[in-house]
Design a protein around this ligand. Structure first.
Ligand code: AMP
Length: 404
């Protein structure tokens, strides 16, 4: 089945056309700077030259129109008509407690996604703009919403509840939801398969570490998420590019009293000024931070250490939460590409049976095991593929519709 996967952000729209019979990417593209004075669409279809269009893109409908024109373009496209696209899968960040699995999009689903915007004001509204634009242009093609939160819906209450007055949960839905679900689902399934191929028998206890611009760790037992580091919003947990993750909550009222900061200013502090950027004072990009640390910059070194120490603490905590550890998975731009980060994250984990092989860790590409042969818990590097996961879930829903 040819599935278009759409990831619509506030000022960008990313898409991939995937043939799920072979997992081949037939085309991919990115419309950037939507709503700004100058916009750009970059599109490339398999085996064809790249198309770059520089022009204002006032809204998401225009962005999808440009993407659709590129997809059917005789020179740069991948299909002859849009009818060849059998389903569209949309990444939606927050499904809350109502939308805990992928669903076909209808008016009721749109209303539920709108309701969840209260918990994800930066993400759900732009996701909806992409959905509406595609519905307008492809009204007869099944459109499916795949939620970042859905994989985590199997967490037990003692893992997702905050110890706050219960009414804050029952009235406002304040609880842990978790994000990056498609990534954690994809890599944990791959990891379980690799473990079996390596002779593992019985239950699987896996910690997946998605380390990219955003970072999160998830504890997965037999394919089911039992805990995750992001919370009601993607701000909790690990250190990220510009988000600091866990902090003492009393720091916020302290700052309000000290400086009179508003909710918006605190939001900016939490989401934009912390993490690698805040600590290093130099960059939110791990490559820069590593380079500067290597040249002796003390604050970049500190940023790297805080980042890795936090990951290590979560791996230890999740091993305890799961009652075992069979594999640690590294994925995301940092997890897949930084031997230094992987090494520092695994330091001290020998107590949990983790023995990283320094040579394997420093070399190789793609999906691989980088722990010593006799390491009780394996260390796996697994490139994530959120789009493929979304495409697969979309096919499941769309095929069921065809059968029904
Ligand atoms: P993502 O959000 O998954 O695209 O990941 C982005 C992050 O991956 C940025 O912090 C990049 O600096 C980081 N990254 C990409 N390549 C490398 C690398 N070779 N070494 C360290 N970090 C990297």
């Amino acid at each position: 089945m040819k599935v278009l996967v759409v990831n619509s952000g506030s000022s960008s729209l990313k898409y991939q056309l995937i043939d799920t019979s072979s997992d081949a990417i037939l085309a991919r593209g990115l419309a950037e700077r939507i709503g700004m004075a100058s916009g750009r669409l970059k599109h490339v279809s398999e085996g064809r030259s790249e198309l770059v269009l520089e022009q204002p893109i006032p809204d998401h409908v225009t962005a999808t129109d440009l993407a659709f024109s590129a997809l059917v373009d005789p020179q740069h496209g991948a299909v002859s008509t849009l009818d060849e696209i059998e389903a569209v899968g949309h990444r939606v960040v927050h499904g809350g407690e109502k939308l805990t699995r992928a669903v076909r999009i209808d008016d009721e689903v749109i209303r539920a996604i709108e309701e969840m915007s209260a918990l994800a004001p930066l993400h759900n509204p732009p996701n909806l703009m992409g959905i509406r634009a595609c519905l307008e242009r492809m009204p007869h093609t099944p459109q499916v919403a795949v939620f970042d939160t859905a994989f985590h819906s199997t967490m037990p209450p003692y893992a997702y509840m905050y110890a706050l007055p219960y009414e804050l949960y029952s009235k406002l839905g304040i609880r842990r939801y978790g994000f990056h679900g498609s990534s954690h689902k994809y890599v944990s399934a791959r990891a379980a398969r690799l473990l079996r191929e390596m002779g593992h028998e019985g239950d699987t206890h896996i910690v997946t570490c998605h380390l990219g611009n955003g970072c999160s760790a998830t504890a997965v037992v037999n394919g089911r998420a039992v805990d995750t580091s992001m919370g009601m919003t993607p701000a909790e947990g690990l250190v990220m590019g510009t988000r600091g993750g866990d902090i003492d909550p009393a720091i916020l009222p302290f700052l309000i009293k000290k400086y009179g900061w508003s909710a918006d200013e605190l939001e900016t502090l939490i989401n934009k000024k912390g993490g690698l950027l805040g600590l290093s004072g130099a960059s939110n990009d791990m490559r820069d931070v590593e380079e500067r640390a290597g040249k002796g910059d003390a604050r970049s070194r500190l940023a790297l250490e805080v980042f890795c120490y936090r990951v290590r603490k979560y791996i230890g905590a999740y091993a305890a939460a799961m009652g075992g550890l069979d594999a640690v998975v590294f994925t995301g731009g940092i997890g897949e590409n930084s031997p230094t980060v992987r090494e520092m994250c695994c330091q001290g984990l020998e107590v949990l049976g983790v023995a990283l092989d320094p040579e394997l860790n420093a070399s190789g590409r793609g999906e691989r095991c980088v722990s010593c042969e006799d390491s009780r818990a394996k260390v796996l590097v697994i490139p994530t593929n959120e789009e493929l996961e979304i495409a697969r879930e979309t096919v499941e829903i769309a095929s069921a519709l065809q059968v029904g």
